[in-house]
Design a protein around this ligand. Structure first.
Ligand code: UGY
Ligand code: MN
Length: 249
């Protein structure tokens, strides 16, 4: 809902940003035909990755990033999309996700209305010692969750394989009403977060923000962070984190 009085819940600060849908502004990209793109996180903010929301219609086609060396992850929020990679077509529905290594030809198409979120970054190779990452296609519906730090009310699902070729991870975190992160985290790794369900209060640096489904958050290096779920239904978010690489790399 947009305000008539110049208000928004969005807040863009030096080391974090809350992007609420009331302030989203769409753009187009040369490698995405007939697709409405809203960047919620980009290096212009201070991040080392991008996250955007893509609104697809029946004629939409997304091609590989045209910037060399960029890897891609996407997650289906609504509707269905077809991912064509290595000559094979994969039908993906809500909760489906895919990882496509850098410089790998592929297409994302839809035959109706669909929404996905896309995360992209320059791949950090470890050189010839570690094999290059392989494509991953899955669905959170097929993953088993584990309690975070032994808290059964906070369930974590890891979407990416745990091997050193991967330089980031993407997880879902599912909070029962009243559950919270056990402590205020401070770490050099960045986050890109999208609220998938419910809501609560997010502490970012020295601000506490009400957040709800559809909001996106950038947490830069060392942004103090904490979340508490409020409401009668679970709060769940999708969260990106750079991973497996030395901060001096
Ligand atoms: O993995 C994480 O750092 C995660 N627990 N952070 C967060 O939820 N803000
Ligand atoms: Mn964190």
């Amino acid at each position: 809902m947009r305000s008539n009085f110049g208000e928004t819940r969005s807040s863009i600060r030096d080391r974090h940003a809350l992007m609420s849908p009331d302030s989203f502004e769409a753009t187009t990209l040369p490698n995405w035909a007939d697709t409405e793109i809203v960047f919620v996180i980009s290096p212009q903010m201070g991040s080392e990755f991008t996250q955007f929301l893509a609104g697809l219609t029946k004629n939409s086609v997304g091609n590989a990033p045209y910037v060399a060396g960029v890897e891609r992850f996407f997650f289906v929020l609504e509707g269905r999309v077809e991912l064509t990679i290595d000559g094979v077509v994969h039908n993906m529905e809500s909760e489906g996700y895919a990882y496509i290594p850098a410089d790998t030809d592929h297409q994302i198409r839809s035959h109706g209305t669909a929404r996905i979120t896309v995360i992209e970054r320059k791949y950090k190779s470890l050189g010839s010692t570690i094999e290059l990452p392989q494509p991953v296609i899955g669905s959170t519906l097929d993953l088993t969750s584990v309690p975070l730090h032994g808290d059964d009310d906070l369930q974590l699902k890891k979407l990416m394989p745990a091997n050193l070729s991967m330089d980031f991870e993407v997880n879902t975190m599912d909070f029962k009403p009243g559950a919270s992160l056990a402590y205020v985290e401070t770490h050099f790794m960045e986050h890109g977060l999208l609220m998938l369900d419910g809501g609560g209060v997010y502490r970012l640096d020295d601000q506490w923000y009400p957040v709800a489904k559809g909001d996106a958050i950038w947490m830069g290096p060392y942004c103090a962070q904490w979340f508490g779920a409020i409401g009668k239904t679970n709060a769940r978010y999708l969260i990106y984190k750079n991973w497996n690489r030395d901060p001096m790399d």
